[in-house]
Design a protein around this ligand. Structure first.
Ligand SMILES: Cc1cc2nc3c(=O)[nH]c(=O)nc-3n(C[C@H](O)[C@H](O)[C@H](O)COP(=O)(O)OP(=O)(O)OC[C@H]3O[C@@H](n4cnc5c(N)ncnc54)[C@H](O)[C@@H]3O)c2cc1C
Length: 285
């Protein structure tokens, strides 16, 4: 279907983009890679009266070394996440998960900022940045602010970004000494997750010193598996021990039932995938 009519601007600077957004109506939206927004326009599920295209804001693209963290621009594409050497060296979990998103065409256009701002519970990167304990950076008419993942993802397709705000970057702590794994179960290759599990773990003397685990598609927002993290902390890094901790994975979750799987099936998948992700992250045999 052809989208409904809208105005279009392509600013050259962040301030100009914020002004264009702030001066528009509540129905003004930004567009980045267009991989989620364009299908919604074509299906007429969204009717913005103006689109502010972020494509001209080169400063929002790429990866910067910020000491003990990497600062990744919101316009960095999924493809770039899979290829950047600094991400490979310091936050390999992001590269691993980005490589599972859709197909090369979507990965070349879709952006980190768009995937997070869209807040689809089935999307992979929200759980990944939750497990990485990242910080989101937003810029609006009253300046910049930093937002933790737990405060950013509010509900299905809903974030705490205010109408005039643009997500500009994500700061991801470097994973020195941590193992990681993103486990994703899809019905077909290159498809959305039925359930996904992002795990990072630090091991010491054959035991798991600390772990963080976040789940994709087990609720309306990414869910931190806190009961698993507590059970695994200090536990022996053996496959059997980690599998026992993983039986807590669905605690506190509210998985959907849909054509790809019933809620009970997702609960089972969350446990199985958490055991696999933890074993890989902690290097357990
Ligand atoms: C066929 C297909 C398969 C897919 N499969 C997967 C998959 O397996 N896993 C997965 O995780 N994703 C998947 N996706 C989604 C894909 O990852 C999108 O790229 C991503 O969800 C949106 O990024 P974008 O840059 O295209 O955002 P856009 O479509 O441009 O925007 C999406 C929303 O975010 C807002 N937005 C964008 N950028 C910003 C910003 N910087 N600040 C504030 N708001 C912003 C827009 O206003 C809009 O509301 C798939 C998409 C398609 C088309």
């Amino acid at each position: 279907m052809i989208p409904a009519k809208f105005d279009y601007v392509r600013p050259d600077s962040l301030d100009e983009a914020v002004r264009a957004l702030a001066s528009g109506s509540d129905d003004t939206k930004v567009i980045a890679g267009g991989q989620s927004l364009l299908p919604m326009l074509r299906l007429r599920l969204a009717y913005p009266d103006k689109l502010v295209d972020l494509g001209g804001l080169g400063d929002l693209r790429g990866v910067r070394d910020a000491g003990d963290a990497l600062e990744i621009g919101a316009l960095t594409t999924h493809y770039e996440l899979t290829r950047d050497p600094m991400i490979a060296a310091h936050c390999g979990l992001l590269a691993q998960a980005a490589a599972t998103i859709a197909d090369p065409a979507v990965r070349h256009r879709g952006t980190l900022g768009g995937a997070l701002a869209h807040a689809d519970p089935a999307a992979d990167l929200p759980a990944v940045i939750t497990a990485l304990d990242a910080t989101l950076i937003a810029h609006g008419p009253s300046g910049s602010r930093e937002i933790r993942p737990a405060d950013f993802f509010v509900d299905f397709l809903t974030t705490s970004l205010t109408p005039g705000e643009i997500l500009t970057a994500v700061r991801v702590p470097k994973l020195a000494g941590w193992g990681y794994r993103y486990e994703k179960f899809s019905v077909t290759a290159q498809a959305w997750a039925v359930v996904g599990v992002a795990a990072v773990a630090r091991r010491s003397n054959g035991h798991v010193e600390r772990a963080r685990v976040a789940l994709t598609n087990m609720g309306s927002v990414p869910v931190r598996a806190l009961a698993v993290e507590a059970a695994v902390s200090g536990a022996e890094a053996s496959a059997a021990g980690l599998a026992a901790a993983a039986t807590h994975a669905d605690e506190g979750t509210t998985p959907p039932s849909d054509l790809r799987g019933a809620a009970d099936y997702r609960r089972h998948l969350a446990q199985v995938l958490t055991a696999r992700a933890l074993a890989a992250a902690a290097g357990a045999s």
